[in-house]
Design a protein around this ligand. Structure first.
Ligand SMILES: C[S@@+](CC[C@H](N)C(=O)[O-])C[C@H]1O[C@@H](n2cnc3c(N)ncnc32)[C@H](O)[C@@H]1O
Length: 290
């Protein structure tokens, strides 16, 4: 592994994408034996193809060897064989939509659509559609940079009872919204939206008693309780409350070097026991070996 790969998160990006790609491959292999219409939905699709650290840095690509290239989730999903019946790529940034469309055009035999716009809005639209057709099933991948996903969207995906979800949860981004003295930064409001309430706040801070004087006086103050690891556990629990097929026991912590910036989680919306047990077996196996 090169210095650049570690420094710019190449390795953890690759691990995340490898996990999802392995699941996609296993999913189509199993599901194609049945009469389902299979969707792959990428909520934060990015530019589609290979992203070099140079692109990320906006610097000279000539400085970076090709081994630093990371194939993005759309390219990996489009390469899955047998293919999904339909691919939906949602992306907000105009610059990325252009290159995403160019990457998709290299797969003329794949049935794809690029949906420009906000992931939350477009995913809700997708959920309404998939609920209407009994034979539709989907894998949805949410790979945002930060706290962009809304709880309402998560609930909509869960309520389809047809979606397998891979979500890169920004646990460090959550933890950074709390100061050591237990006070919240303005960004904590984004967590309220992602959580669907302020319930997380009571778990994220705790009261500590500080002896104040020689006569036994005690002062009470707040301090930060939840770091990335605790947010990861709290969010996994929260997700299990709405996904009837459960959430994978194994969660993959990811980040630059040894940091825990994100947690890759898998949740299954399908309440049918054989369906979610099979999905969980595959997802846990891939996560444990990542
Ligand atoms: C981490 S990148 C995705 C990388 C992609 N999964 C890959 O493997 O190449 C996140 C992408 O989400 C896009 N984005 C950010 N906010 C968004 C939103 N609200 N709706 C849709 N896309 C958004 C960004 O422009 C960026 O391209």
């Amino acid at each position: 592994m090169s210095e650049f790969q570690q420094g710019f998160g190449g390795e953890h990006t690759r691990r995340k994408l490898d996990v999802v790609a392995k699941y996609l491959s296993a999913y189509v292999t199993v599901m194609k034996k049945q009469r389902f219409r299979l969707f792959y939905v990428d909520g934060f699709a990015g530019s589609g193809g290979s992203t070099s650290k140079a692109d990320l840095l906006d610097s000279d690509p000539a400085l970076f060897p090709t081994s630093d290239m990371v194939e993005g989730s759309p390219l990996r999903a489009l390469s899955v064989d047998p293919p999904f019946d339909k691919y939906l790529f949602i992306e907000k940034a105009e610059k990325n939509i252009k290159s995403l469309s160019e990457v998709c055009a290299k797969f003329p035999d794949r049935n794809y659509e690029v949906w420009p716009g906000d992931a939350n809005e477009k995913l809700r639209e997708f959920c309404q559609g998939i609920k209407r057709n009994k034979s539709d099933r989907a894998v949805v991948f949410l790979d945002p940079f930060g706290l962009s996903v809304e709880w309402e969207t998560i609930c909509d995906l869960a309520s389809t009872e047809k979606v397998d979800l891979w979500y890169l949860v920004p646990v460090d981004g959550m933890s950074r919204q709390i100061k050591n003295d237990g006070s919240f930064l303005p960004g904590a409001q984004r967590i309220d939206v992602l959580w669907g309430s302020q319930a997380w706040r009571t778990e994220a801070v705790r009261k500590v008693e500080m002896p104040q004087d020689l006569f036994g006086g005690v002062d009470e103050r707040l301090e930060k309780n939840a770091k990335a690891k605790q947010f990861s556990e709290m969010f996994r629990e929260h997700l299990s409350g709405v996904f009837k097929g459960g959430v994978a026991d194994t969660v993959l912590p990811l980040g630059r070097g040894k940091r825990h910036d994100f947690s890759l989680m898998f949740a299954c919306a399908n309440p049918s026991r054989p369906a979610h047990e099979a999905a969980m077996r595959i997802a846990n196996h891939i996560l444990r070996n990542a």
